[in-house]
Design a protein around this ligand. Structure first.
Ligand SMILES: C[S@@+](CC[C@H](N)C(=O)[O-])C[C@H]1O[C@@H](n2cnc3c(N)ncnc32)[C@H](O)[C@@H]1O
Length: 317
């Protein structure tokens, strides 16, 4: 029953359990802020996109796909079985789906003493900080409203599945929030913030608290070169030798072998942990209905062509 529950949950989180699966995609220069967002139904032959975690779900609660969810479940099961100390954190949660699966896996094992921490701005990505992180100069997702999901909504998604106990939201941009979590013990650290900055700040703030036997999972190592660079730089600078394991075409992870230094476990540091839902008020979320379909975009184009023709027919007089 536990396996059946988790399998069904994963399908549902990916929006693969219903009659239709709607997908959101962007056109033009997808790494630029002016890239357009539109929505379409995935035909049967393209459902594999969702299973692989290659598209953006219109309704689903996670974009990471089944393989990365399976692997997250395996990591959580492994730290519980091996009694690896620490909580689970996802930094970069969007609608919360991956973190929901982590909570469900812990609950299904009776490991409800472990908290799932969900860190996000809950208002999308910040503009690139080109001075501190020049590596992000070509990657600007700060205007993609689709990536902005409020804290209330995310909590609501946990509640829908009856999984809202043992969850702490850490609200705000990572450079302000994650360093305050230094000193906390983690058994699984999942980083999914896309950029060099998000990945680097996540590693610097959370990796020192990762227990031996714990996992660090990085979602976009395969797809986003800025994310890969942050991981490679940090591993090189810290002399991390544990081998990187490929989860799928995009995700990677490694299992820490060394125990964290004494600082990570100090009670003083633990006391600095932020109160949940602390800092910033969530920005009002744009209506999901604002994403046009392909047909609507086509009509918009036709309309503007007609306007142009009308203008030239009217002539200067
Ligand atoms: C790709 S989405 C995460 C997908 C999610 N893990 C899932 O299961 O579908 C990236 C998330 O990271 C957050 N994010 C990126 N950079 C951030 C930063 N510097 N501070 C706070 N949140 C950030 C965004 O708000 C967004 O929710």
């Amino acid at each position: 029953m536990r396996t059946a529950y988790l399998e069904l949950l994963k399908l549902s989180l990916c929006d693969l359990a219903g009659a239709r699966t709607l997908s959101v995609s962007r056109s033009g220069q997808t790494r630029r802020r002016d890239s357009q967002v539109l929505c379409r139904e995935l035909p049967d032959e393209e459902l594999a996109l969702r299973a692989r975690g290659s598209d953006w779900p219109f309704s689903g609660l996670t974009m990471v796909g089944l393989k990365r969810l399976d692997d997250l479940q395996v990591c959580v099961e492994s730290v519980v079985a091996d009694q690896v100390e620490g909580d689970v954190i996802e930094a970069g949660a969007w609608r919360g789906g991956a973190a929901i699966l982590a909570r469900a896996t812990l609950d299904s094992l009776g490991a409800d003493e472990r908290t799932v921490w969900v860190a996000d701005s809950f208002r999308g990505l910040p503009p690139p900080d080109r001075r501190r992180f020049p590596q992000d100069r070509e990657l600007d997702l700060s205007r993609v409203e689709f990536l902005a999901v409020s804290a209330d909504e995310v909590l609501g998604h946990f509640a829908r599945f009856g999984l809202d106990r043992g969850v702490e939201l850490v609200e705000g941009f990572f450079d302000e929030t994650l360093s305050k979590l230094r000193g906390h013990r983690w058994s699984v650290v999942r980083l999914d913030g896309d950029t060099y900055e998000a990945t680097r700040v996540g590693l610097e703030s959370l990796y020192p608290g990762l227990s031996a036997g714990g996992y660090v999972i990085v979602d976009d190592y395969g797809l986003i070169k800025e994310c890969k660079a942050a991981v490679d730089d940090y591993r090189r600078e810290q002399g991390i030798g544990e081998p990187i394991e490929k989860v799928d075409w995009n995700g990677i992870r490694w299992r820490r072998e060394s125990e964290p230094g004494p600082r990570a476990a100090s009670p003083a540091a633990r006391a600095r942990r932020p109160s949940p839902r602390s800092s910033q008020p969530a920005r009002k979320r744009p209506a999901r209905a604002g994403i046009p379909t392909e047909r609507e975009l086509e009509l918009e184009r036709e309309l503007s062509e007609l306007r142009e023709r009308l203008k030239s027919a009217e002539g200067p007089g």
